[in-house]
Structure formats: C-alpha cells, structure tokens
Design a protein around this ligand. Structure first.
Ligand code: PLP
Length: 391
C-alpha cells in the first residue's frame, strides 16, 4: 500500500486522539525505520521510548515465535511457566538495582496501567487517600494516571478527574515538605521528567524525598516507564542516586515491543488481597517470553553501559555545536533533551526530511530516545543533521 491509501483509510476511521505525522511507517530493524515510499530513517524516537533493545531484535523475535506455537494469551487465573521464569528474572534485576531483599510483581498491559496499579496499591496499603505528584510530570492517560499528570492540555477536557491529587514543583524539597502529611498515601515522581521536557532531578532531592516519605509514612513511587530498562545508563535511573523507592512502575521497553506494564514493590509492604486487582491479558505467556528475552539481551549486550557511553558522547557533540539556536542540552544516558530557542515542530519536520525521526518534549525541546543498540556512526549522522537544520 502507498501512503495515500494508508492515510485515506486511517484518517477516515481514526478517533483522532493521536497526533500523527504525514508518513506511514511499515518496517523497522535495529535503529532503522522504513516508510511506505521506501524512505529510511534513523530512529531517534525509539518508537516513543519502547525500543531500547532495537526493533525486531533476533533474540526477542525468536522468543516470541517459539511461544506463539505453544501458548499465547494464557489465563490470568492459572499459574504459568513463562510468567514464573519472567518473574524470577525480573525480580533478580530489580533487587540488584534497588538493593531490595525481595519484591512482588504485578504485570499489566501498558505504562498507564502500571501507574494505576501503583496508585491503587498505595491507597490500599496505607489506608490513606492522597497522592502528591509533580508539575511537568507525565504518568499516562487513564483517569488515575491522568490525575497525576500535570499538563492541562491532557487533563481539562476530561474533568472531573480522580480526587486526592496535588501537584508541587519538581526538584523542590520544600514544596514536598509542605505537601506530604499523614493523609498522603504516596508521592509519585520521575527520575528524569520525560514528556515534561527532559529535566533530570538532583540526587539531593531524591535523598531528602526518600527520608521525608519514610518519616511521614507515605510510599515513594517512581515512574521508570521511560527512564527504566537501561535508557539512562543504568538498569533503572534510580541507581544514579542509590535511591530505593517503595514502588517502581515499568512499561515501554520492558515488553520488547509487545504491550506490557509492570508494577514492582518491596515485599515488606505485603500483597494485594486475592481478587482485588488484575487484568485479562496482564502477564500473558507471550509477553512474558518477550520480556524475559529483553532482560537477557540487556545483560548480554551490556546495553545500559552502552547507553551511558553513547549518551555522554552525543551530549558532548551537541554541546560542541556552534548552533545559536540551542539553549541547553540535558539528559541522562541516551535520554537527551535539546532545548531550542525556537519551536520544535518545524525542526522535527526538517529532521524527518533528512532521515532522522526524533521526538518533541513540550513546545521547544527536541528529545532523542534512540534504541540503545544504535551505532555511533548513526549518532554522528544525527548530530550532523541537527547542526544543519539548526544553522
Ligand atoms: C509513556 C509514559 C507513560 C504512559 O505509558 P503508556 O504505555 O503510554 O500508557 C507513563 N509515564 C511515563 C514517564 C511515560 O513516559
């Protein structure tokens, strides 16, 4: 099918809720994307952050193919070998990463569901009603996660949202000190705010926040849906600050391209009472097999280390550009934000015309989330194209 045919059908039937570029992508491999007209792009969007191991990684593809012939969607209400093995492997990396002795794992089908489960667990576990989130934070689009999300653009048309949510300035411990009290079930933060503009929080902030939550009996939930699975140069971004939260939400890359969300908490907090929360497809054998392959590939190919090295190289190269249109380069590992002095949308368009698929993060931030398997030569090309487009 060509672009006109694809566009014609989709635009006739779409709900319209998702903004789309005038391109139909039809194939992907590693860090490359192909459109319906045969154009090739370097993927610096990592498919909106879900492609940390790259597109169609052979180990992940093989795991999916093998499981397809055996058992696909499973039954929530039975035990399963793939889920058991996946839980063992995920617990191992999470415990190592966070210094937890043991953990409980709740699988679902998307990032927003991983946040919903964390919020429900926090209210259930503490018996308290309120959640403190941060300005510029993004946590998803279902009603609970949306209530924790800051941007009015996403929220206002859908009000009233869930009661009990409060937003305070990010990376500001005084504001947290005022906001957290004995009605606070949980505090929800990102280690690097993604959608909000690629803003990393400081180590001092997270250390003080950890202490504050412990003193006041509120759970600390970290949203690692975008920052997790190696993106920032560690398995979890929490590791940069030796931060041990109570609950972590994962999504995006953890499913290797299949839909998956995961909520993990330290086991001292206990479990949900049986029957209280679940999902038909959450933790199905197919996605568990894929996710287990992702965990294996991350370790085998040392992708967190690769993200750290390539990320440092790319930020240095961007900072060295003479471009007068860059205000600041921010980020951690291969999560990079380039704050421009102009609007980002026309820049994204010009990058695409030159074969680079990147993302915005707000009105004037260009965001790069390439697959962690990307070649350095591709990143060199990306920096060169950004320089051309900005000068
Ligand atoms: C993408 C994202 C979400 C939502 O995940 P979905 O799978 O789109 O529901 C939540 N939080 C963060 C930080 C994200 O980047």
């Amino acid at each position: 099918m060509n672009y006109e045919e694809i566009y014609g059908l989709e635009s006739k039937y779409t709900s319209g809720g998702v903004g789309r570029r005038p391109v139909a992508l039809v194939k992907a491999q590693g860090a490359r994307l192909w459109d319906s007209e045969g154009n090739v792009y370097i993927d610096c969007a990592g498919a909106q952050g879900w492609a940390n191991v790259g597109h169609s990684h052979p180990v992940v593809t093989q795991a999916i193919k093998a499981q397809l012939d055996t058992y696909v969607a499973g039954q929530e209400s039975s035990y399963n070998d793939q889920r058991a093995l996946w839980m063992r492997d995920l617990a191992e990396v999470m415990q190592t990463s966070l210094g937890w002795d043991s953990c409980y794992i709740h699988p679902s089908n998307s990032g927003t569901e991983a946040i919903e489960a964390a919020l429900k667990f926090a209210r259930y576990q503490t018996g308290r009603p309120n959640i403190v989130a941060t300005m510029r934070g993004f946590h998803g689009r279902t009603m609970g996660s949306l209530s924790a999300t800051w941007n009015k653009k996403y929220r206002e048309p859908f009000e009233p949202l869930v009661p009990g949510f409060n937003h305070v300035p990010y990376d500001n411990i005084e504001a947290m000190t005022e906001a957290i009290d004995d009605t606070t079930a949980a505090v929800l933060v990102e280690i690097v705010q993604g959608e909000g503009g690629v803003f990393p929080g400081s180590g001092d902030y997270f250390a003080a926040l950890r202490q504050l939550c412990s003193e006041r009996g509120a759970l600390l939930i970290v949203d690692e849906i975008q920052t997790g699975v190696g993106r920032t140069g560690r398995w979890l971004a929490c590791e940069h600050h030796a931060l041990a939260p109570d609950v972590v939400s994962l999504g995006k890359s953890i499913g290797g391209g299949l839909p998956m969300g995961v909520t993990v908490w330290r086991s001292e907090l206990g479990q949900f009472q049986s029957g209280l929360h679940g999902s038909t497809f959450g933790g199905n054998p197919l996605v568990c097999a894929a996710s287990r392959a992702v965990i294996e590939v991350m370790a085998e190919e040392q992708l967190p280390q690769r993200a750290e090295q390539l990320g440092a190289w790319t930020r240095d190269a961007l900072e060295a550009l003479p471009a007068r249109r860059i205000r600041e380069v921010r980020g951690l590992g291969l999560m990079i934000g380039i704050e421009l002095r102009t609007k980002v949308t026309p820049v994204l368009q010009k990058l695409m015309e030159r074969g680079v698929w990147a993302l915005p993060a707000g009105l004037n931030v260009l965001r790069l989330l390439p697959p962690l398997v990307i070649d350095q030569s591709d990143l060199e090309q990306v920096v060169k194209v950004i320089d051309e487009v900005l000068s």
